[in-house]
Design a protein around this ligand. Structure first.
Ligand code: SF4
Length: 365
C-alpha cells in the first residue's frame, strides 16, 4: 500500500484549494471515500477540495462520487499516463446536500450505538484477534475524561447503547470509571472473563451497576476448539468467569467466534448454553473477520460492513473489527463525535445513492 502523505508535503498543481487530501493508492471503495467525505464536511459550500490519488479507479469513481453528492469536479490533472491524478472539487450548496441524505432502512440508525476500545492490551494473544491485542500490545487506554466528553456528546445526540471492548477491558484499571461515565446509556462490556475472579479486578466487577451486561467470549462447547485459539485452560477460566458473573447478578451474553465452519460444534454450543440457562437472545455467533492477526476469515470492506462507529484513544473507525485497517479509519481522534457520525452518514448516503443509480461505483479495498 502506498501511504497517504501529508498534503503540505506534496507539490500541488491545482492552484489554490481550501483543503488537500492525498489518498496514496486508496480507492473510493476504501479509505479514500472516508478521507474525502471528512474533508468535504469541513468546507463551506463553494470552497474547493483538492484530491490526489495514485489509484487509477479514481479517474472514473471520483467524478461519479461528485455527481452522486452534487459536488462539482472543476479540474482534473494527470501527472503522467499512470498517474497520479489530481482533482479540484467544489463543494455543493446546502440544498444539494440535503437531497442526498440517505434512508436508513433496516440498519441500526447511525448515532444509536457506539463502540469504545477501553484499551488494547490483553491477557491473551488469540490467533484471530482483529485488534492485534496481546500482553505485549501497547495499552492505548481510553481515559475517563475523554470518555465523559464522548458519552456526553453521544447522549446529547440521542445515543442509546455503548459497547466497551478491547483488548481485555478488565486490564484497564480505570474500567469502572469508564463505565460510570456512560451511566444512563445501555452498557455492555466485552470480556474473556478470565481476569476478574480476584483482587482489584474482582472489586471492579462487584462495583459495577447490575444493569451492565457482560458479553463473554466462549467459542465452543468443549475446551479444545476454544483453547486452540486462546491457549490452554482458557475455556475453563471463561466458563468459571461466566458462572461468577451470573452469581453476582449480571446478565451474561455469550459470544462465539467460529474460526472454521463447524455446524456440529455450533449445535453442541447451543446445547451447552441451553443447559446452563443462557437464553437464545443472549447468544452471539459470528465468523472470524480477516482483520488484525487473522490470516483467514471473512474479508471485510467499507462496502460489506454495516457501519458500527467505533472510537479508540487515538481515532475513530467504521467498525470495531477494523481498528487495525487504515482503509476504515474515519478520524484521528475520538472527538468530536458529530464529525464521526457525520462522515458515516455522508458515506452511507453516497453508497445508497450509488446503489439506487445501479452503479457499482465504489470498488473493494
Ligand atoms: S480476541 Fe479478545 S481475548 Fe483474544 S487477544 Fe483479542 S482481545 Fe484478547
Amino acid at each position: 500500500m502506498v501511504k497517504p502523505t501529508e498534503p503540505d508535503q506534496v507539490p500541488n498543481p491545482l492552484g489554490e484549494v481550501e483543503a488537500l487530501v492525498d489518498g496514496g493508492d486508496m480507492d473510493c471503495g476504501s479509505g479514500l471515500l472516508l478521507l474525502i467525505t471528512r474533508a468535504m464536511r469541513r468546507l463551506e459550500p463553494g470552497q474547493l477540495l483538492g484530491v490526489r490519488s495514485q489509484e487509477v479507479s479514481v479517474v472514473t469513481d471520483l467524478p461519479a462520487w461528485a455527481e452522486l453528492t452534487g459536488h462539482g469536479v472543476v479540474t482534473e490533472i494527470a501527472e503522467a499516463d499512470a498517474g497520479p491524478w489530481w482533482f479540484a472539487v467544489r463543494k455543493a450548496g446546502a440544498a444539494t446536500r440535503e437531497a442526498t441524505v440517505f434512508s436508513q432502512g433496516e440498519r441500526t440508525p447511525v448515532g444509536h450505538r457506539l463502540w469504545v476500545y477501553t484499551n488494547f492490551d490483553c491477557n491473551l494473544a488469540c490467533g484471530y484477534c482483529c485488534a492485534e491485542s496481546s500482553p505485549k500490545a501497547a495499552a492505548r487506554r481510553f481515559d475517563p475524561a475523554t470518555a465523559a466528553a464522548v458519552f456526553g456528546e453521544f447522549a446529547a445526540q440521542g445515543g442509546r447503547e455503548v459497547f466497551l471492548t478491547g483488548g481485555e477491558p478488565f486490564m484497564n484499571p480505570e474500567l469502572g470509571a469508564l463505565v460510570v461515565a456512560a451511566a444512563g446509556l445501555e452498557r455492555t462490556i466485552l470480556t474473556n472473563a478470565m481476569v476478574f475472579a480476584r483482587g482489584t479486578r474482582r472489586r471492579t466487577l462487584e462495583e459495577l451497576d447490575r444493569d451492565v451486561v457482560l458479553q463473554v467470549s466462549l467459542d465452543s462447547a468443549t475446551p479444545a476448539p476454544h483453547d486452540k485459539q486462546r491457549g490452554a485452560g482458557a475455556w475453563s477460566r471463561a466458563f468459571d468467569g461466566i458462572a461468577l458473573a451470573r452469581s453476582l447478578g449480571f446478565r451474561v451474553r455469550v459470544a462465539a467466534t467460529l474460526y472454521e465452519e463447524d455446524p456440529a460444534g455450533v449445535g453442541a454450543l447451543h446445547g451447552l448454553l441451553d443447559d446452563v440457562g443462557i437464553a437464545a437472545p443472549d447468544r452471539v455467533i459470528r465468523p472470524v473477520a480477516q482483520e488484525g492477526f487473522a490470516t483467514t476469515g471473512v474479508h471485510v470492506s467499507l462496502e460489506s460492513l454495516e457501519p458500527e462507529p467505533t472510537v479508540t484513544a487515538d481515532g475513530a473507525w467504521w467498525h470495531p473489527v477494523a481498528v487495525t485497517n487504515p482503509h476504515l479509519r474515519i478520524a484521528d481522534a475520538p472527538l468530536p463525535l458529530a464529525e464521526v457520525f457525520g462522515v458515516v452518514r455522508d458515506t452511507l448516503a453516497v453508497q445508497d445513492a450509488a446503489a439506487r443509480a445501479g452503479r457499482a461505483v465504489f470498488r473493494c479495498a
